[in-house]
Write a protein that binds this ligand. Structure first.
Ligand code: ADP
Ligand code: 5GP
Length: 185
């Protein structure tokens, strides 16, 4: 008997908009959803663990994996490389699992080209001021990294017009409800 193919949901949003917070709540309530763990050349933040938050690898290893065709998509963001492992996604989808990728816009558009049935969801801030406030309040980046991330905001919001859905993360509860209704119908 053929198992039904899983569905792929791609979530993007500006740094500090609340993607991690929203996805944490979503996965807690729906543990059957599987979150992809990306590879990155970024240094771990305090508390982040290899194999849990990301696979932390150096640039040389990352580029070797790119050459070997191991990524379904990859992109450079604010000076670091990030990529999604192709083998994991293919295996999970063919097992009928529903997957979540939390990736930036260039990678998301690569996924849409390769897998047109994937669903692209962009999380918007209520305002740029509130976004900067959340990013600073999180206290995880130095000033240069904050400026770099804010610099990407306008380009990303422009890109989000190509997404299937856009959700404003004003109230967490409301935004979570909207996300659930997109995923579960
Ligand atoms: P991202 O993963 O998009 O970079 P985070 O999930 O780390 O963002 O959230 C950034 C900060 O904003 C965190 O301190 C988080 O607690 C806060 N935050 C997230 N969603 C909301 C919301 N709806 N209202 C107010 N603060 C929020
Ligand atoms: P952060 O450094 O804040 O963890 O992530 C920075 C950006 O990289 C975020 O927009 C995040 O969604 C994105 N990102 C994380 N993993 C991947 C990935 O595998 N591919 C791509 N293209 N972007 C990713």
């Amino acid at each position: 008997m053929n198992k039904q193919h899983g569905r792929l949901f791609v979530i993007s949003g500006c740094s500090g908009v609340g993607k991690g917070t929203l996805l944490g709540l979503l996965l807690k309530q729906h543990p059957e959803l599987k979150l992809s763990i990306s590879a990155t050349t970024r240094a771990p933040r305090p508390g982040e663990k290899d194999g849990i938050n990301y696979f932390f690898i150096d640039r040389q290893e990352f580029l070797k994996e790119v050459d070997n065709g191991e990524f379904l998509e990859w992109a450079e963001f604010n000076g670091n490389c990030y990529g999604t492992k192709k083998a994991w996604v293919e295996k999970m989808l063919s097992n009928g699992e529903n997957l979540i990728l939390e990736i930036e816009t260039n990678g998301a558009l690569q996924i849409k080209q390769k897998l047109p049935e994937s669903v692209l969801i962009f999380i918007l801030p209520p305002s740029i001021e509130e976004l900067e406030h959340r990013l600073r309040g999180r206290n995880t980046e130095d000033e240069a990294a904050i400026q770099g991330r804010l610099h990407e905001v306008r380009r990303e919001i422009e890109c989000s017009k190509q997404y299937d859905y856009r959700i404003v993360n004003d109230s967490l509860e409301r935004a979570l409800g909207e996300l659930e209704s997109i995923i579960f119908g």
